[in-house]
Design a protein around this ligand. Structure first.
Ligand code: DGJ
Length: 728
């Protein structure tokens, strides 16, 4: 049983394979956070560690004494205004205008399995046995408002999934903030780790020691964004990839979020995560329920690799879903960097036929096939084929590509509308806008108002019509700007701050309907590259275009940072032309191939322009990828050397039984007369003997992990792949 309630001690004990999470009910009313960390098997004596006397807020208690507010009380779901003055998890306004509240323990329920959220993607189960859920009900001390905290404990996956439901039975409740979690931790000696970036440079790892006050990252952009990922970790100051305590928090949400750590004057740490309270409110009608997105919490007692491995497995198997979840995805060629908007049917067929000869399986036609879209400034919303470029239509193009023996895929950006489009001319009110205020353009486009049901219905219909018109087996779903002038003509003034969240819910409903209606279509997510590449999106997009930067050197950093949370099987990665279109760098074809092989492999260049030798190399890359992809996508990933710290990057993927492993070594710049250095591999079995497939050299796991391989890099942009198999 992974959730135990000790009635005597009034303690809930949640246990995963390697972690324990402990909550106590203090004086029958206050829910207190006690512990999160390494798994504890016996709770004997824990009650002695829980202080006997505390100020209990918001109730008629003899201990009530606001002047002695104790900021050291660790709470499980703190409110604001009744004593605790740190970051609240719940903050709401009542009919009388007051916003102080206190949530008191009422009852609990433990059951096998897990409920899904009704309006948002959530981690799912395949069997009741793989998870146990604890629901704790709290009630507001004065008002008729119920809050249910939910904890689903995935013992074997080693993760706990939290979310919150707020049920209103008052005439008026205006939620100003409802976070998905807070955790109070009694240790200030920790680092805050997060992923920041920008367009074409997503998910750089940043780490800093906690400070008094708040360290926070957020998004106010209407999407989880390129700039900050809805993820952070707290770790021991000395934690590294393989050592130390690490706590990971990943939010299953694609809109405005906020997360951080607040250190109080008494050195307590409150970690928090949820929908961004900034510019948010939600009027919850009497009898209605508001649900928060889920947070997936992972604790590792041995560094970041273990944390990432837990996320990878859980997200690969219990967030990604549907037909493509466990299937090998087709190797694709995308025409974007080969042609941009300048293509016709012949060009596309030529690219496809060259690619087919080298082993590529799917031809993706990117932006520019619809309306009169010759540049970025028109036609989004006009999802009908441009007969000037494709006179025979999509169906004929798809058939011709199918005849070559390839699948056909298509780009869309369905959430957008160009001011120069028939859609805008017919429905100028369908975009997010504020009456009387000029709308800011982003990439010359506006954003459709997905808080409206009629607009969501239009998007589903428009995309469905195209998908029904031809044999389209793959969709690239792009999203290229942030939300601004966030206003909707369908909502009253007092609900305008609900729009950003309603937009995200609208988007989820659209994606839900489309992925259900076209279950065999492989949907790849994209947001100007890897913006909005978050856990929730994996429920619809089993793969995601990791970044618009296809340069191999840049991609090493981007993919390394992305791998903190996202499994490699979800990372779209392509070999592109040199000089690279984003940074002008000329890297070797070998390195470009090896970097892309770590994700969902593809090409994005005109293969017809390659030399004969290069084409041969492409063929070999495709064969190599086919032979290693099972291990790279399903195995455990160990990051060994970081591109954020070194000139060389190393990572290895090891099969579950440790019988096979694929090791990658990348070197950015060569050095004259270079020193040699050792790279020690990880994750192998010390007792097994392995043979490397190409060199046929034999090593023990012991030697590979403790003595290591020797490298000496004298060439720029070099890379190696070693495929180890156990010798029987
Ligand atoms: C941004 C994407 O990230 C690119 O791959 C490409 O699809 C362009 N949009 C097309 O406009």
């Amino acid at each position: 049983m992974s959730v135990i309630f000790d009635k005597e001690k009034k303690i809930f004990h949640l246990q995963t394979r390697s972690s324990s999470y402990i909550i106590s009910i203090y004086k029958d009313v206050l829910l207190r956070h006690i512990y999160y960390g390494k798994r504890i098997n016996s709770l004997s004596g824990i009650e002695n560690l829980i202080p006997k006397e505390y100020v209990v807020f918001g109730i008629n208690s003899p201990h009530l004494n606001y002047s002695a507010v104790d900021e050291a009380i660790s709470q499980e779901y703190p409110t604001f205004g009744c004593g605790d003055l740190r970051m609240p998890a719940f903050h709401a306004e009542f009919e009388d205008g007051s916003s102080a509240s206190a949530l008191l323990y009422k009852k609990y329920k433990i059951f096998s399995g897990k409920n899904s959220l009704s309006s948002m993607p959530s981690v799912y189960t395949e069997t009741q046995e793989e998870c146990v859920t604890l629901e704790i009900e709290l009630t507001e001390a004065v008002k008729n408002v119920t809050v249910i905290l939910s904890y689903s404990v995935f013992e074997e996956y080693d993760a706990i999934v939290r979310s919150v439901k707020i049920i209103n039975n008052e005439e008026y409740l205006n939620i100003k903030s409802a976070l998905s979690m807070t955790i109070d931790i009694d240790c200030i000696d920790m680092d805050f780790v997060h992923l920041h970036g920008r367009w074409a440079k997503e998910r750089n790892i940043e780490r800093a020691s906690l400070i008094h006050g708040k360290m926070e990252v957020d998004s106010k952009r209407g999407s989880s964004s390129h700039m900050h990922s809805p993820f952070f970790a707290l770790c021991d100051n000395k934690a590294d990839e393989n050592n130390g305590n690490v706590y990971g928090f990943s939010l299953v949400y694609s809109g405005n979020f906020s997360c951080g750590a607040e250190v109080s004057s008494t050195d307590t740490v409150r970690a928090y995560m949820g929908i961004n309270p900034f510019d948010f409110n939600w009027l919850l009608e009497e009898g209605e329920i508001f649900e928060t997105p889920e947070v997936v919490m992972v604790y590792s007692d041995c560094g970041f690799n273990k944390m990432s491995q837990i996320y990878h497995k859980l997200y690969r198997e219990r967030m990604c879903r549907g037909y493509w979840r466990d299937r090998e995805r087709p190797i694709l060629i995308n025409n974007w960097e080969a042609t941009y908007f300048n293509f016709n049917e012949e060009k596309i067929l030529n690219i496809a036929s060259e690619a087919k000869q080298l082993g590529v399986e799917l031809m993706v036609l990117d932006d520019g096939w619809f309306g009169r879209r010759d540049r970025e400034d028109s036609s989004l919303g006009d999802w009908y084929v441009d007969k000037r470029k494709l006179p025979n239509g999509l169906s004929s193009l798809a058939n011709n590509i199918n005849k070559l023996g390839m699948k056909f895929g298509l780009w869309f950006e369905p959430e957008m509308i160009s001011p120069d489009s028939d859609l805008y001319r017919n429905h100028p009110d369908w975009c997010l806008h504020i009456e009387g205020r000029k709308s800011s353009l982003g990439r010359n486009q506006l954003v459709l108002d997905l808080s409206r049901q009629d607009v969501c219905d239009y998007v589903v219909e428009a995309v469905s019509d195209v998908l029904n018109s031809a044999n389209i087996e793959y969709v690239k779903w792009d999203f290229n700007r942030n939300l601004s002038e966030i206003g909707s003509t369908k909502l009253p003034a007092n609900r305008q701050h609900e729009i950003s969240h309603r937009y995200v819910l609208g988007l989820y409903s659209v994606l839900e309907r489309l992925t259900k209606a076209f279950p065999r279509v492989l949907f790849e997510g994209c947001s100007g590259g890897g913006g909005r590449y978050d856990a929730a999106m994996l429920a619809y997009f089993p793969q995601y275009w990791t970044s618009d930067d296809s340069d191999a050197v840049e991609r090493i950093e981007i993919q390394y940072g992305t791998s903190l949370v996202m499994p490699s099987v979800t990372m779209g990665a392509h070999v592109s032309a040199v000089p690279n279109h984003q940074v002008g760098r000329c890297t070797s074809l070998s390195m470009r191939g090896h970097v892309a092989m770590v994700g969902q492999f593809g090409y994005e260049l005109d293969l017809g322009l390659l030399s004969k030798e290069e084409k041969e190399e492409v063929k070999k890359q495709i064969n190599l990828y086919k032979s290693i992809r099972k291990i790279v996508h399903n195995g455990k990933m160990y990051r060994i050397s970081s591109p954020f710290e070194k000139n060389n990057t190393d990572w290895i993927f090891v099969s579950d039984e440790k019988t096979k492993a694929v090791f990658f070594h990348f070197n950015v710049l060569g050095k004259p007369n270079p020193n040699s250095y050792v790279v020690k591999l990880s994750g192998l079995s010390e007792n097994k003997i392995y043979q490397e497939r190409t060199s046929e050299k034999v090593y023990s796991g012991d030697v590979l992990m403790n003595v290591g391989l020797i490298f000496s890099d004298n060439k720029d942009f070099s890379s190696e792949v070693y495929f180890f198999e156990e010798v029987m």
